[in-house]
Write a protein of this length. Structure first.
Ligand SMILES: Cc1cc2nc3c(=O)[nH]c(=O)nc-3n(C[C@H](O)[C@H](O)[C@H](O)COP(=O)(O)O)c2cc1C
Length: 321
């Protein structure tokens, strides 16, 4: 394992520098337990709306199945929205954060939003904070605020994404941030993990590859869409939340093409359409649903157990040991 990966593993108490990215509804205690049990870092995603008891149940499941292993909870931090009915609304995030503190969750991973208001509290509770960002500027900012590690997430990534490709972002950012940097967006094979490590990344954060795992809670038609996708199957759209998000080019996404000016800003668009993310992920509604998906789906041709995915992805890090 190279120096940066070794430092990352020591910092987070993991054996392999592979983070399973938080994916709303899709990554619950089931996959988090499988990944953490395999030496990577599993992550329960709250999707901004998971209730407190449900979150407690998923945390308990991880602790039952992978006792003593570190794991993370992914929160969508507030980003200007104060409507408690929307993703990332202040009230719900507060509730989830308090459950994380009460349950002594060791690692919190923030997606959307600004961690300034919560980083001190997270550290005071003995937890670590990892921030996912799409620009070097944001990475420097969150590192300056006290984030323990940063995930640089490129435009290939499934879900909310920035404008810059993973390779360019990684080249621009690694070595400049001052805390360990993981790379995300388009990492689905051992070869891409090797590339990230060659760029100097401490580790990788992986979403779409784990979407097509046995333990993800995605509906079977969603997993099949990952397997069937080619590299043109996704599009970046604001149609679901008002923020740019990469997703499978479903009928709902196609319907908004050419009508971008009619899309409302976040959170208004999310109030009207965020339900479609549940309809896609859990109900498998191909017509009405919304299906976040990364471009690397093109390289995924089978649904595998999550532990097997961790083994495959971690191999380059072990070779470099
Ligand atoms: C289905 C799906 C749901 C996602 N949901 C979330 C989420 O709830 N919170 C978050 O911070 N990021 C979310 N993301 C982004 C991932 O955490 C991760 O950064 C991204 O998938 C990495 O790129 P990749 O898909 O190319 O591996 C989601 C991505 C996907 C594909």
């Amino acid at each position: 394992m190279n120096h940066a990966s070794g430092e990352l593993c020591r910092l987070f108490g993991i054996e392999r520098p592979i983070f399973q990215a938080g994916m709303g509804w899709v990554t619950t205690g089931r996959i988090a337990a499988a990944v953490s049990g395999s030496g990577g870092l599993g992550c329960i995603a709250t999707g901004g709306i998971m209730g407190g008891d449900e979150l407690r149940d998923h945390i308990a499941h991880v602790r039952d199945v992978a006792p003593g292993r570190p794991f993370a909870v992914n929160l969508l931090l507030p980003s200007g929205a104060d409507d408690s009915d929307t993703m990332g609304g202040l009230d719900f995030t507060r509730l989830q954060l308090d459950v994380c503190f009460e349950q002594k969750v060791p690692i919190i991973i923030s997606g959307l939003g600004n961690p300034a208001e919560v980083v001190g509290e997270i550290h005071a509770h003995g937890a670590k904070l990892v921030c996912v960002v799409g620009t070097v500027r944001a990475a420097l900012k969150v590192a300056g605020l006290g984030a323990d590690a940063v995930v640089l997430s490129g435009a290939e990534a499934g879900g909310h994404c920035g404008p810059t490709g993973t390779l360019s972002l990684a080249q621009a950012g690694i070595g400049r941030i001052g805390v360990p940097v993981l790379v995300a967006g388009g990492i689905a094979t051992p070869q891409t993990v090797a590339a990230a490590l060659a760029l100097g990344a401490a580790g990788v954060s992986v979403g779409t590859r784990f979407l097509a795992s046995e333990e993800s809670d995605a509906h079977p038609v969603y997993k099949q869409a990952v397997v069937d996708a080619d590299e043109r199957a996704t599009a970046v759209t604001r149609a679901c939340t008002g923020k740019p998000s990469r997703a499978w080019r479903s009928p709902f996404v196609a319907e908004w093409e050419g009508r971008e000016a009619e899309i409302q800003p976040y959170p208004e668009q999310a109030i009207d359409h965020f339900w479609r993310a549940y309809a896609g992920a859990i109900e498998g509604d191909l017509e009405q649903g919304f299906f976040p998906l990364g471009q690397c789906a093109a390289a995924i041709d089978e649904i595998l157990p999550a532990a097997r995915i961790v083994d495959l992805l971690a191999a380059p890090a072990e070779v470099a040991a």
